[in-house]
Design a protein around this ligand. Structure first.
Ligand code: ADP
Ligand code: MG
Length: 765
């Protein structure tokens, strides 16, 4: 605070000094201005005196003009003019000097700068006016010169004529004298005199005429002099007007001086005001500084007391610091010891962890096997064969009107139930799951997903699409490019699952595509698709079946799958005239084989996924069909019945499963038996006009599903699957199942039918 006070004092001193300097400068500038105005005044005075002199000179000239020598005046005027010009020049020089001074030291930010500029401007104007007056003066001088010249001429002429006149007078007086003498001499002789007188009279008349002439000339000259006087008068008037201008200029000058005075007064006032403001500010700052100083003093006192209290704390801190220093000195040793023990502990812990790890791995493997067993058990309990129903939406092809109305309804609370309105009666069916028309491909696939992934664990899986033509089998299996079905989604899922297990497993996925038409098997990916393939027993004696010549493609990406599908389609299409009809009368199979190797255990697995788009299940009117169409229908009937028989036999755990009854079941034998899994997707159309076919399909579905497993089912060991014809008979007859489960044969019924079935089996060999 003391320092700031000192600083403020210094600042104040400096400001005062500056003020003094400014005042001095101002005084100097005032003096300068005063002297300059005095100079200008004196110049004006001098000019005035000169004007007066000139006026006098002019009046003198005026008075002397009548008959004096104008040359002298002219010389006088010229000299005067020259003097005036020199004075003007010196005045201009002074003015220039003054301007230069002003430029060198312009008063910065002075309010008079503008006034000064105005004055200068005014001065310029005055100079201009003076210049104009000078020019006028020069003009007048020129005129005077001309006039004097003329005057001199006139005078000269006057002198000449006067001389002539004197001469003439002399001559005449001489003649007069002669004549008087002659007259006197002639007086004596009177006649002679008379004559002489006459002569004289004649001569004197001449002289009189000459006199008259000279008198008139004299008159003319006098007139000329009068004219000159008039000119002089005009010049006088001009002079008077210029005097007036000078008087005006003087008045302006006086006005400017007054303004200068006023401005000076204002400046002084402003300076006074500034001085006062400054003093006030200094006083305020001083008082503020005093207040602050007081506060600082108080703070200082507080800090002093704090310092006093801090001293003991500092003592304890130094003590602590010393002890810490000691500890730091000892720290490395302690650290090394701690590190040693920690390392030993860590090593021990690692060893322990390693052993537990080994133990855990062992347990994990055992658990894995256990899990597989449990899974198998669970699947067995749930049944390895599952039946889903899918109802397609009403399409444009169904037409319009009551025929196209939906005959199928659903249960909002139970997604396993659906109701069909057939011939005015409502029939209900229970399946494992029912997909309504609005179910997406994605939703359908979600239900199938688990089945597909079990293929990776080495299980064989079959997925069948069953139903009449146009019920959506191909849509569900293949789908469209924008909305693919189970086939493509399954392969994609397999790829991603396999990628997830890459760390421990090596997997290879390969695909085959085949078609069964009229009980003959064809390779859709082969070079010669029309060639019929045979199903044979493996020669290694394992009892496994294989198809020699069936093409297998290794696939690794979605692009590969698409290529394979496209290739299969092309092969199928080139082999028939109407693909749609052909595909509805043949079974299309996509066989995916997943082979895996566990790198850590060397365990090998092989899983097969069979995706089958079955031929249309519709009944062909026996009366209408002939020839090849009838043969096709018979083959289809046979193979679908055989599939039903096999599934029935499997679910009821019969000792004998009639795989050999059709090419399809024979080919899929090892994918249907053992702990394989099967899904039957029963496709139906909701349209009213398809209701009897829908009824048949749903009955087929329910029958597949309702075969009970477990100890009780042993009784049904020999029961057989109803043939397609039987299904037909059921749907045509009146004994339509009106409640769930009724379609399944009761144990009693089964035992009564078993005899005939056994017979059938025996005859079929
Ligand atoms: P199928 O193979 O049983 O003869 P399609 O799969 O060819 O029957 O289906 C017949 C028609 O119905 C096709 O035009 C198909 O696109 C359409 N379709 C079938 N199911 C569905 C569905 N769930 N959603 C939309 N359209 C469907
Ligand atoms: Mg189809």
């Amino acid at each position: 605070v003391v320092a700031s006070m000192a600083h403020l004092q210094e600042e104040k001193m400096r400001l005062q000094e500056e003020l003094l300097g400014l005042r001095e400068k101002l005084a100097a500038r005032e003096d300068e201005e005063l002297s300059r105005s005095l100079q200008l005044q004196s110049q004006v005075e001098a000019l005035k005196a000169k004007l007066l002199e000139q006026g006098q000179e002019i009046s003198r000239l005026h008075s002397q003009l009548a008959g004096t020598d104008a040359e002298k005046h002219r010389a006088l005027l010229a000299a005067e003019n020259e003097r005036l010009r020199q004075e003007m020049k010196s005045c201009e020089g002074e003015l220039l000097e003054l301007r230069r001074q002003q430029q060198q030291a312009p008063c910065q930010g002075c309010a008079h700068l503008q006034e000064n500029a105005e004055l200068q401007e005014r001065l310029c104007q005055l100079q201009q006016e003076a210049e104009e007056a000078r020019a006028k003066l020069a003009e007048l001088e020129l005129e005077v010169q001309q006039k004097t010249n003329r005057l001199a001429e006139v005078e000269l002429r006057l002198k000449d004529s006067l001389a002539e006149r004197a001469e003439e007078e002399e001559r005449l007086s001489r003649r007069l004298r002669d004549s008087q003498e002659t007259i006197a001499s002639l007086r004596a002789q009177p006649q002679q005199i008379k004559y002489i007188i006459k002569t004289v009279e004649v001569e004197s008349a001449k002289a009189k005429q000459a006199l008259c002439e000279s008198q008139s000339r004299n008159q003319y000259l006098q007139e000329q002099v009068g004219m000159q006087r008039q000119v002089l008068k005009e010049m006088e008037q001009q002079l008077q007007s210029s005097q007036k201008t000078v008087a005006q200029l003087r008045a302006q000058m006086v006005m400017y001086e007054a303004e200068l005075e006023r401005a000076h007064g204002q400046m002084l006032e402003e300076m006074q005001a500034m001085e006062e403001e400054k003093n006030q500010a200094i006083e305020e700052a001083f008082s503020r500084a005093q207040v602050e100083m007081k506060a600082v003093h108080e703070n200082l006192a507080g800090v002093r007391t704090n310092l006093l209290t801090l001293q003991p704390a500092l003592r304890t801190l130094t003590h602590d610091y010393n002890s810490l220093k000691r500890q730091v000195r000892d720290f490395p040793l302690l650290l090394q010891e701690a590190l040693r023990s920690a390392r030993a502990e860590i090593r021990q812990a690692i060893e322990e962890v390693e052993s537990t790890n080994r133990e855990l791995l062992r347990k994990y493997r055992r658990e894995l096997q256990l899990r597989k067993k449990c899974h198998n058990e669970l699947v067995r309990l749930k049944g390895n064969i599952r039946v889903f129903g899918r109802v397609r939406p009403i399409t444009k092809e169904d037409g319009e009107g009551p025929e196209a109305a939906s005959a199928v309804t659903f249960d909002a609370d139970d997604d396993a139930v659906l109701h069909l309105l057939h011939k005015g009666k409502q029939v209900s069916f229970e399946l494992d799951k029912v997909f309504p028309p609005q179910a997406s491909q994605e939703e359908v696939f979600q239900e199938v997903q688990a089945l597909v992934t079990s293929c990776i664990d080495g299980y064989n899986v079959c997925i069948f699409a069953y139903g009449q033509t146009g019920a959506g089998k191909t849509y569900t299996m293949e789908g469209t490019a924008a909305n693919p079905g189970i086939n493509q989604r399954a392969l994609q899922l397999l790829f991603s699952e396999v990628r997830g297990k890459e760390a421990d497993w090596d997997y290879a996925i390969s695909v085959s595509a085949a078609e069964i038409y009229n009980e003959s098997l064809r390779d859709l990916l082969g070079k010669e698709p029309q060639e019929k393939l045979e199903i044979k027993l493996c020669p290694d004696g394992s009892g496994q079946l294989y198809v020699p010549g069936l093409t297998e493609f290794r696939v690794q990406s979605v692009e590969d799958i698409n290529k394979v599908f496209e290739f299969g389609h092309v092969n199928r299409a080139t082999e028939c005239t109407n693909l749609n009809e052909h595909s509805s009368r043949s079974h299309a199979l996509l066989i995916v084989t997943v082979r895996g190797l566990d790198r850590s255990t060397g365990l090998r697995t092989t899983g097969k996924l069979n995706l089958v788009d079955l031929a249309g299940s519709e009944r062909v009117g026996r009366s209408g069909a002939e020839g090849s169409r009838l043969r096709e229908a018979q083959h289809i009937n046979k193979s679908l019945s055989a599939l039903g028989d096999v599934i029935y036999a499997l679910r009821s755990r019969q000792g004998h499963v009639p795989f050999r009854n059709s090419k399809l079941t024979y080919l899929l034998q090892d994918s249907l038996s053992g702990d394989s899994k099967t899904l039957m997707m029963v496709q139906v159309s909701p349209a009213e006009k398809n209701s009897s076919e829908t009824l048949c399909s749903l009955k087929f579905a329910e029958r597949v599903r309702s075969v009970e497993l477990g100890p009780g089912s042993r009784k049904a060991e020999l029961a057989s699957w109803p043939s397609q014809e039987q299904l037909e008979g059921d749907s045509a007859g009146t004994s339509v199942a009106s409640s769930r489960g009724q379609a399944a044969p009761s144990p009693g019924q089964l035992s009564s039918r078993s005899a005939s079935i056994r017979r059938k089996l025996q005859t079929s060999g």
